[in-house]
Design a protein around this ligand. Structure first.
Ligand code: ZN
Length: 112
């Protein structure tokens, strides 16, 4: 976090803010410089191309689904270990919007 305490444009000291409520494992920090109004967002994970989905969150959802794990149990396990993870809502959204398409694709080529 200390690396984000200086404006990359003018060098002034800033107070970065951790964005919460993303429903996932990625850390997102917003920085706004009060001196020059330069703003930027730092992410611990890239976004999936053409989406607002954090790569690490989609990988986590895929790992839960493709390992055959029960989502609620897997997510509860991460919570007990205090490891940031996708929420159930995020997991189900990823499953519906992206991961079922992967299953469909594998079905077309005979993967089982
Ligand atoms: Zn600045």
């Amino acid at each position: 976090m200390k690396l984000l305490c200086r404006c990359v444009n003018c060098g002034a000291e800033i107070s970065p803010e951790l964005r919460s409520g993303s429903g996932g494992a990625a850390v997102v920090v917003e920085c706004l410089c009060a001196v020059c109004s330069h703003s930027f967002v730092w992410r611990s994970s890239d976004l999936v191309a053409g989406t607002q989905v954090n790569h690490i969150d989609l990988v986590m959802s895929a790992a839960i689904l493709f390992s055959g794990s029960q989502a609620a149990q897997a997510i509860r396990m991460f919570d007990i270990m205090n490891v940031p993870a996708v929420t159930r809502a995020t997991f189900y959204r990823h499953q519906l919007k992206y991961l079922h398409k992967v299953y469909s694709c594998y079905g077309c080529i005979g993967f089982s």
